[in-house]
Design a protein around this ligand. Sequence first.
Ligand code: ACO
Length: 323
Amino acid sequence: MGLRIQQTSYYVPPKIVTNDDLTQLMETSDEWITSRTGIKQRHLSENEQTSDLAYQVAKQLLAQANVEAKSVDFIIVATMSPDYQTPSTAALVQGRLGASQAFAFDISAACSGFIYALALADKLLQGSYQRGLVIGAETLSKLIDWQARSTAVLFGDGAGGVLVEAAPQVPGIVAEDLQTLGDQFQALTAGYLPLNSAFTKDSTEAKQHYFQMDGHAVYRFATHVVPDSVQKVVKQAQWSLADVDHFLLHQANGRMLKVIAQHLDQPLDKFLQNVAEFGNTSAASVPILLAQSVAQGLITRQQKLVLSGFGGGLTAGSLALIY
Ligand code: ACO
């Protein structure tokens, strides 16, 4: 039994903020942002929460597949920017969709979240479940200190997802590699929740609500761990790197994608990119890229794909799959 990606879809909030727009808020420039990251603009949410973005994707996926919400067995949302601590974002989507037969939960693995979620969906479909929605959705704008230029310029809001089904005689995911380096968690944190009992005072600064990132450490991590993880899944799948039609990596930074392509000795045009358009949307970045590339006809059935995420945790994960 394999996982078949039946439909792909994405949704981003309408407001576009360009690099030039950001120069009104902080001391930065289009030249600095473009040369360091490849990002030209990002979409930021004005009035839609993470669950609203995820709901749009879920609704589109069901409409495209022409299936009833009640036929969905599970909904997984990967996010690091949920509406609430509880309920999960996935529960909000499930309720609004009327997917009354589905169980729903979130996965917190930052920018690797969608990869972890899809790997888990694969296991569920090998069990007794038939159909699920796997969505990456973020409103990272609420975790940004808009005075902190070193992080504020990097991130965007959006959601992407897939409708997956159990399918006999479909290879689906043929190899996976999931890694967590929790001892390096401090390289990237966001959304700290201070202790707050009647008897405790947490001295941690409130600022820790916002992204705290050691950019150099994340850069080193990604440019070493990702090529290694990609090579692992390609080997497990008994493919060569040359066999892979497209690499869909987390869209954190165009410069990092170039370095990773060089490490792997693969042409850069096999690394699909949309970081210029959306910035870093964490768990949403890989499914947005997948859906956009399918819609543009770049990805077609039977192609060999490697999906790879990396980020907070620190986490990394790669999947080799036949689309
Ligand atoms: N505009 C102008 N100048 C800036 C800005 C800005 N937005 N941000 C920082 N600077 C300045 C710094 O203050 C520093 O100035 P100084 O030399 O006077 O001290 C100078 O630019 C250089 O800063 P660096 O941090 O050394 O710049 P670097 O070339 O390393 O690029 C970057 C920074 C883009 C963050 C890089 O380290 C990187 O890409 N790291 C990976 C981070 C990442 O991808 N994180 C997300 C992955 S995890 C996730 O997705 C949740």
